[in-house]
Design a protein around this ligand. Sequence first.
Ligand code: RFL
Ligand code: PHB
Length: 389
Amino acid sequence: MRTQVAIVGGGPAGLLLAQLLHTQGIETIVLERYERDEVLSRARAAVLERGLVDLLHEAGASTSLDENGLVHEGIRLSGNGQDFRIDLKALTGGAVTIYGQENITADLYAARDALGLTTLHGCSGMKPRDIDSDQPFLTFLHGGKMNRLDCDFIAGCDGVHGPCRKEVPDDAAQVVEQTFPFGWLGVKSDAAPVVDELLYAGSDRGFALCSLKDAARGRYYLQVPLSDAPEDWEDDDIWEELARRLPQDVADALPGGGLSGRYIAPLRSFVSNPMQWGRMFLCGDAAHIVPPTGAKGLNTAASDVQYLYHALTGYYRKGDEAGLAAYSNTALARIWKTQRFSWSMTKLLHRFPDQSVFDLQMQRAELAYLAGSEAAQTVLAENYVGLPY
Ligand code: RFL
Ligand code: PHB
């Protein structure tokens, strides 16, 4: 088998890159480890920056997004006696769109299928080879036999546990990592969302988030100790804990009832540098992870995809290698700003086990300052709606 760009990973980053390259007549094959149902069952991100929405339009995968995406012009923040709205629209002219990651992935698969482009599911033992030559290739098991895919370039869109990042030699790779001493318990509710706009709540008992799966269903998160397991939390315990952490009007309106899709995600920041080695380029979670408090993981994957898409287009259209050579530095410059924002939101709203009285006062002062300062709100809003590419 041969293609121009071999894409490892059929998650949102890999599929979006593939669709965009197709619009420029660049051939791709997408190789995914799991079956499609499994990929589509991962319900995660919901908040899309404008840049990602624009890319989905450009990729020809926006029909359902345009119909079902909810445009949100504000968010609410509470905690330490503060409770205020940040008017994203008034402060930045921008907004975010609420639309589930699993829907984006499904839309991108549908667009790819409609064009008859090749996606192989159930690929195991994936190994990038000769990436520092101009004839890289991949070997992998599929359909009961070993396969070889020759290509011009490999895009490693294979998530945080994928094999591509490991191909950057140890003595060239710098990995910067910070783990937070807590996780998020996430659940879905079939009852109507309790809020019209996302509510990020700090409290003495820890962080809580009220979000939406879509217009009809709510999604909730609670900061929990890493020692907790999802099955430690009964539905009623979750509702009660949410009520303790949320402002009274929201606590009073919580619908109660059955909850599903329970999981606990640890919070961490992680950046791997460089994001390219020879003819292999890393995109999305394969190269970096942010804590979810800023809603930036998928959006950062999208900015990588945008840079790589333009770099590859420059190469194939004009033989210009400058974009490819600069890819890692260009992508990382934006990623570090996104890391900063995700870290600042996490620090602002969570309870840390070893927080001193001074730390607590700083957190309190930070939230009070934000509540009263249009300048501070503008900084938050500008980052939340998404920095320019
Ligand atoms: P993915 O989604 O992990 O996809 C990688 C794909 O690669 C496949 N793969 C392989 N394929 C072939 N061979 C191999 N050996 C392979 N190994 C792995 C995997 O099966 C998978 O299909 O990475 P991608 O595409 O970079 O996308 C990143 C996003 O999924 C992630 O950043 C977001 O979900 C993060 N995130 C959020 N991001 C936002 O922008 N807004 C949000 O509101 C938001 N909320 C969240 C989040 C992540 C969360 N968790 C679970 C940590 C909320 C939470 C709770
Ligand atoms: C979500 O709805 O999954 C979500 C929303 C906002 C975040 C993180 C997760 O910051």
